[in-house]
Structures are given as C-alpha cells and as structure tokens.
Design a binder for this molecule. Sequence first.
Ligand code: ADP
Ligand code: MG
Length: 361
Amino acid sequence: MDTPHPRLDVRNLVRRIDGRAVVDDLSLEIAPGHVTCLLGPSGCGKSTTLRMIAGVDRQDQGQIYVDGDLICDTVFRVPPERRAIGLMFQDFALFPHLSVGANVGFGLSGSGAEKRARAEVLLDRVGLGHFVDAYPHQLSGGEQQRVALARALAPRPRIMLMDEPFSGLDNRLRDGIRDETLALLKEEGTSVLLVTHEPEEAMRMADEIALMRDGRIVQRGAPYNIYNAPADKAAVAFFSDVNVLRGRVRGALVDTPFGQFLAPGVADGTEVEIVFRPQHVGIDFDRAGRGPNPTERAGTPARGVVERSRFMGSESLVEFRMDFDGGPLRATVPNVFLPKPGTPLWLTVRRDRCFVFPAEA
Ligand SMILES: Nc1ncnc2c1ncn2[C@@H]1O[C@H](COP(=O)(O)OP(=O)(O)O)[C@@H](O)[C@H]1O
Ligand SMILES: [Mg+2]
C-alpha cells in the first residue's frame, strides 16, 4: 500500500554563507493541512530556510519535495512561481495603486471577472468583502494584513510559508488576527510553515514546533511535548525563565539543598544541572525559623530571602537570594503575592517538573 507523501518534505538542507553553514543539515516534513512553526532565536537560519523552500535562494545540499515530487535539489529547480507555494512576510507590500480586489486577484490567471469573483470570495472570508473597491491606504494595518493573507491564498497554494507575519501588528490586534488566519488556513487545507521567534505564538498556532538553533533543528514535537519534555537547558530557557541547580551524580541520585533528585541512567561522578521553571517552585511561610516538612513530591525546603516582588498581571514574580549559596532563584505565583524585600520564605521544587541534563561547561 502507498503511504501518502508529506505535503512538504525537506531533506538535509545545507546553506553556506561565507563558508559558514547558516542552515546545517535541516530536515522536516509537514502533513497536508498541518501547521508547523519553525521557532528559534534571531539569526538561527529560519528565514534562509524559508527562502530556499520558496525558491528565491539556493541550497548547497539537500532536496525539497512537495507531495512526493522533487521541486529542487542542487541541480534541478522548479521556478518559484510554479511551486504552488504561497508567501507571507512581515513587510507584505500591497500595491498602493491597485484596489483591494485587484491586489487579491493579482497573481491569478483567467478573465477579469473570474479574478474578481475569487477575490470577492476570499475578501468575504477575511471579513473585508465591502472593501473590494477600496485602496490599501484606506485600510488599517490589521485590515491590510488580512488583504495580504487573502492575496496569498487566492491562487490556492498547497503550502503557505509565513515569516514572522504578525510581528508588525500591535498586541491588541495580534491575537485576533492570528486566530482568524489559522482558522482560514485550516479551512483551505493549506499546509503551513510559520517562522517565529516568539514561543507564545508558536504554541498558539502550531500542530508541531520545530525548535531551531544555529542552523539546526534541535527538537520537534507538539507544543505540549516540547514544553514538558525539552531536549536541553536551552530548550527549557527558550520558553520561560529557568532556575538551575548544579550537582554530582552518586548512585543515580543528586544531592542538593532541596533534597535528592533522581538521575536515572547517568553515570556516577557526572556533573549535572537540574533545571526548573519559576512556576514550579513552591513557597511556604517561615514558622519561627523552620520550614514545612519534606515530602516525596516537593523534596526538602530551602530558605531564601525576598529580594524583589513584581506584579505581572495574572501572576506575581518573586526573586529570592538563597541562604545555601547566596545565589538567585525565581518563583512565580498565580494572582497577587508581593512579599516585602527581606522576608524569609521556604522554597520547594516540584520533582515531577524538573529536568536533569549533563552540565554544560
Ligand atoms: N545574504 C546574506 N549575507 C550574509 N549573511 C547572511 C545572509 N543571509 C543570512 N545571513 C546570515 O545567516 C544567518 C541566518 O539568517 P536568517 O536566516 O535571516 O536568520 P533568522 O531568520 O532565523 O533570524 C544570520 O547569521 C545572518 O546574518
Ligand atoms: Mg528571519
């Protein structure tokens, strides 16, 4: 039986610039109708990857397939306009001298009436049907963005490549436009590769996140898995603040001021880092110099003194200086909790939310 091909299949892509591999053996597949977010810090090679898939840049190694058909390797190339790939960038430029309807119909073949009909359908879908004869300068930034989306979808691309498409919008508009865009792309059944450096955006949009660093994909998975089973310390830190404890493994255990942590399968003598997020730190009041009793789940409490408390809206961030090493530790607490600087409190660490990695030099 034939296994269905991925809609997009990128194999071992390499792009060298000035002798440096800015994209370094990158592979990914996207199933029909799925949304993958290429997530990584600025400069890690996201846009370069997208440009090669679009066909406006050439790879030094690797192949790209769409629905099982080769669209380019280092010799053969389908030109960009024949790849059935739509593009949307932050600096989408509408043609200022063309009406909104003409902008959307611009890349289509067929008669004027046919182009206008398709443009009207798509403008209706993005809630802008009444603007078909308006000009871009009469629209707000968010409306222009929706026109750009309608234009990119008009030729019915099989794949949509989006490069930080929402970063030019103000926060108030962004969530709504993201959700509308996603709904429309899902309705059309378009596969999407969305580039972003914002973890919240990736988690909101993606079926799968491909976490990228230094030209490579370091981890792929559903947002839940990337967040809860990160590949390394940097993968934890990309999504939130982190706290780090250092220790040495002895008999698959690490001793710390917060009690023992399990380090299964790690060789004796290995230096490890125990990494945890601020929301997994428990806080207890000081009862005359004594903390709560140790438990299996929370381990042993360690004392710290509040340095600073900040209200963040839905949560509070409390920064501590720990008695055991004088080092900092951060905890977030839902709602309002703003202890004064100098207050001693007892902290515990959720065992089931810690990640143990070999220490980085
Ligand atoms: N045309 C170019 N000339 C020189 N360096 C480039 C060029 N394009 C990209 N780079 C470099 O390649 C790296 C990856 O760039 P890019 O793909 O734009 O990253 P991202 O989109 O993840 O921010 C960066 O270090 C960037 O400076
Ligand atoms: Mg970029």
